[in-house]
Design a protein around this ligand. Sequence first.
Ligand code: SF4
Length: 367
Amino acid sequence: MSFYDELQLIDFDEWSRAVLAAGRKDVISALNARRRTVNDFAALISPAAAEFLPQMTREAERLTRERFGQTINMYLPLYLNNICSNCCKYCGFSASNHFRRRILNAAEVEQECRAIQKLGYETILVVTGESARGGMDYFREVIPVVKKYASYLMMEVQPLDADDYRELRELGADCVCVYQETYNEPAYRDNHPHGKKKDMRYRMETPERLGKAGMDKIGMGILLGLADFRADACMLAHHIAYMRKHYWRSRLSLSFPRLRPAEGGFTPPHPVSEKELIQYICAFRLFDPELEISISTRESAGFRDAVVPIAINSISAGSSTQPGGYAVDKHDLPQFVINDDRSADEIADHFRKLGLDVIWHTSRIGG
Ligand code: SF4
């Protein structure tokens, strides 16, 4: 039984109500638990837990340092194309938005990689839209180029079959991230009206195919703002527990993109505040201390400065969210608006002063 089948037995609205019904006693019991269940997680994500945020942040920080030491990893997204046949209502790359589409060829990818190398990065996150033109044939051409510059290569691309993931692993991919966006079926259907992404089951079973293919790390997450974020978080916690049980060889990472303004004028129906986001991140750290958590430049400098020392394992800095944005072509449409535009060195310096070891790649540690 896949997680999609299990999800049919879990009622989203019931979890939504259960989270709202959680009280102080449930939160205290969750805080005191040695191993936390999804029910404990629901209490920690509840409005009743907001007054316990100081205790939650202290415990999250303790667990983060115990498991990961004083480290923070730097990575950079590399957008290879903005061609997409899906029509996600919240995304600037949606097929329904009309602008000049761009797909980098191998020579341009190399040019971008050289620029990234100059910035000091060796952990690279390849990002593409979802299209047949940007599929496996394209990856066979460009991934070996990126791999020359990446000591750790991550990909955030369209969901693929298990055999494709095995091949990508051989080409050098270490981690693949495929975010579910939302576990709420009506909200999923509404926001993904056309294209392959309409198939919620195929997307939701992607982490399992990645586990079968033996991927080192699997990136999971939801897009905050599409549906009730507390119930969505409980579904994600169920999914994580499922992956831990069935695919324990792969590491798991989480990312928490909050919806930002994008081309097309999308307004998030369920906005999430910064305070709620901190509670959300701490709740996941307390639920599963082994999770690797990253935060992107979608969030503001002040917010990232506050949350990184508490629970974050990796951050991007100096990012461009457009294909060719580092060297080849700097003026295309970005996928979303960057909110922290400090340079990588500025950010590294900031966290080094707070006592963190900034990891750029295996041989460069420090600011
Ligand atoms: S979110 Fe991804 S799949 Fe959806 S339109 Fe944007 S690039 Fe395409």
